[in-house]
Design a protein around this ligand. Structure first.
Ligand SMILES: Cc1cc2nc3c(=O)[nH]c(=O)nc-3n(C[C@H](O)[C@H](O)[C@H](O)COP(=O)(O)O)c2cc1C
Length: 187
C-alpha cells in the first residue's frame, strides 16, 4: 500500500518534523511504501469566475501547474494518509489550508469516486507554543475530511510536554494503518 504524508510544516527540524518522521517510520514498518509531501510551494485558491472555476465540472484546478496537479495525482493513487501540521493561530499552517481549499473544490460532487473517498487518514496537529489551538486545528482538518469523504482513523494532538508518549502513538497508528487495520475493528 502507498502511505502518503501531507505536511504543512515548513521546517526541517523541531517538534513537527520529528512527528512526521514517526509517522513515516511507523507506516514503513507496517509494510507501506511511504512518501512525505510538503505543500508550502503551492499557491492559494484563485477563486475563479463567480466562485467556481474548472474545479466544479472538470475536477481540476486551472492553476494546477504550480505543482497542485502532481499532488492531486499522488493523492488519487495513494491508499492511506497522514495529514500533519504545526498549529498556527489555532488552525493548520497556511500551506496545508491552501491545499485543502483547492483540493476539496476539485472533489466537488465526486461522492464515492473522490480521490480520498473511503480512504483512511490520520490527523496530527502540533501546537508547539502555548499548546493552545489543538482542537480547533484538528476540527478544521476534520471538516476537510468530511468534505472529501475521507475516513478519519484517529486524531492526535501533540505539544511540548506530551510529545514523548504521543510519538509512540503516532508510530503505532501509522503502523496499524499500513498493516491494514480498518475503522470499526476491535483490538
Ligand atoms: C504564525 C505562527 C502561529 C502560531 N500559533 C500557535 C498557536 O496558536 N498555538 C500554539 O501552541 N503554537 C503556535 N505556534 C507555534 C507552532 O505551533 C510551533 O512552532 C509548531 O508546533 C512547530 O513546532 P516546531 O517548530 O518545533 O516544529 C505558532 C507559530 C507560528 C509561526
Amino acid at each position: 500500500m502507498k502511505y502518503l504524508i501531507l505536511s504543512g510544516n515548513p521546517k526541517k527540524d523541531g517538534l513537527c518534523h520529528s512527528l512526521t518522521e514517526e509517522a513515516k517510520r511507523g507506516a514503513a514498518d507496517g509494510g507501506a511504501e511511504t512518501e512525505v509531501i510538503t505543500l508550502e510551494k503551492l499557491e492559494r485558491c484563485h477563486v475563479c469566475g463567480n466562485g467556481w472555476g474548472t474545479c466544479r465540472e472538470k475536477h481540476t484546478c486551472a492553476f494546477g501547474k504550480d505543482g497542485f496537479n502532481e499532488v492531486q495525482a499522488k493523492v488519487r493513487s495513494a491508499d492511506a494518509f497522514c495529514f500533519i501540521t504545526p498549529v498556527y493561530w489555532a488552525e493548520t499552517a497556511e500551506s496545508l489550508k491552501c491545499f485543502f481549499d483547492r483540493f476539496r473544490r476539485c472533489e466537488n460532487m465526486m461522492n464515492s469516486n473522490g480521490a480520498l473517498s473511503g480512504k483512511q487518514v490520520l490527523l496530527i496537529a502540533s501546537p508547539g507554543g502555548s499548546g493552545n489551538g489543538m482542537l480547533t486545528c484538528l476540527e478544521q482538518m476534520d471538516r476537510f475530511c468530511r468534505h472529501t469523504n475521507a475516513v478519519i482513523f484517529d486524531y492526535i494532538g501533540v505539544n511540548r510536554w506530551n510529545s514523548d508518549y504521543k510519538k509512540t502513538a503516532i508510530y503505532a497508528a501509522a503502523k496499524a494503518m499500513a498493516g491494514g487495520r480498518k475503522n470499526g475493528e476491535t483490538v
